[in-house]
Design a protein around this ligand. Structure first.
Ligand code: PXG
Length: 289
């Protein structure tokens, strides 16, 4: 496996960065998780735009232009000869000293690109659906650390993942600080009721997921009414169908939430339709390499 670090490729065992890098010391940096399907990078521009927005928000100067970053991602995929890949793009504040002051990271950002395979959940769960649980840890407040920033500090989500595991579930619903459903630990959430789709708006605790936006786009094209609207736990419990979306998870059905059986306890028709349409989109869209 070849890993890109600051413009050079390294074998996995030699791909190392400094222990003084503020990405490690403070989680000071941003990331993206991107997928490629059959030599096409899905929504590459959208991921690169979001990476640069995350960086802009935390005043992290990325030493590459967006075009150069796209070339670096494509170059890493080519170097690894991977047709279907998961790409982790990480930009850290870089090497500094043992104080958190980013002005002391004088060398500038470290850029790391890793391309590998990923399967987030066993294939069986895509047919049978997940059982998920609402956890005590609420999503970060936007006025503290805005969830739109895909920062290297994912402890908020990791705590929720631990709590889901403690409850014997694979995934967690995180609420926002007002008690509305925000999202899952690395996925957005959708519910379907009476043929309408609902997903929380991007304000408060919900990341504007790129897979989420693709599902909204597919829904509009197929004349399925889709709404970005606040959702309570009650509305999840009484929904006909529920599913999660994310680059890593793609589209995965949910059949149980906090012990409540959703719909008939099996993934619904709308969910399967959207899973199929999403697969079709990933097979034809994307930057070729
Ligand atoms: N919410 C959160 C908090 C995320 O981190 C999503 C929603 C879905 O967004 P996209 O744009 O991917 O549809 C994410 C993205 C992982 C992993 O290793 C998770 C994500 C991205 C990359 C890797 O679990 N989540």
């Amino acid at each position: 496996m070849k890993i890109y670090i600051n413009g050079k490729f390294y074998e996995k065992e030699n791909a190392k960065i400094s222990v003084f890098d503020h990405g490690l010391l403070y989680g000071d940096g941003v990331f993206e998780g991107i997928r490629s399907y059959d030599r096409r990078v899905f929504k590459l521009k959208e991921h690169i735009d979001r990476l640069f927005e995350s960086a802009q928000s935390i005043m992290l100067k990325i030493p590459l232009t967006k075009e150069q970053m796209i070339k670096a991602v494509v170059g890493t995929l080519k170097a690894n000869k991977l047709a279907d890949a998961y790409i982790r793009l990480v930009v850290t504040r870089g090497e500094g000293d043992l104080g958190l002051d980013p002005r002391k990271c004088y060398k500038g950002a470290t850029i790391i690109i890793i391309a590998d395979k990923i399967a987030l959940y066993p294939q069986k769960l895509y047919q049978d659906g997940l059982s998920i649980v609402t956890v005590p840890t609420v999503r970060n407040l936007p006025e503290a650390l805005n969830p739109q920033i895909k920062s290297l500090n994912y402890l908020n989500n990791i705590l929720a993942k631990i709590e889901a595991g403690n409850a014997g579930c694979d995934e967690a619903i995180m609420l926002d600080s007002l008690g509305y459903v925000a999202e899952c630990t690395g996925d957005n959430i959708f519910v379907a009721k009476g043929g309408h789709l609902y997903t929380p708006p991007q304000c408060m605790g919900t990341l504007r997921g790129i897979t989420r936006d693709s599902i909204l786009e597919i829904a509009r094209k197929n004349k399925i009414a889709a709404h970005e609207h606040v959702i309570t736990r009650h509305e999840v419990y009484i929904s006909d169908e529920c599913f999660l979306t994310g680059t890593a998870a793609e589209v995965i059905p949910v059949v149980k939430v906090d012990g409540r059986v959703i719909g008939r306890g099996k993934p619904g028709v709308l969910t399967f339709t959207l899973m199929k349409k999403f697969k079709e989109l990933t097979a034809k869209d994307g930057v070729k390499y």
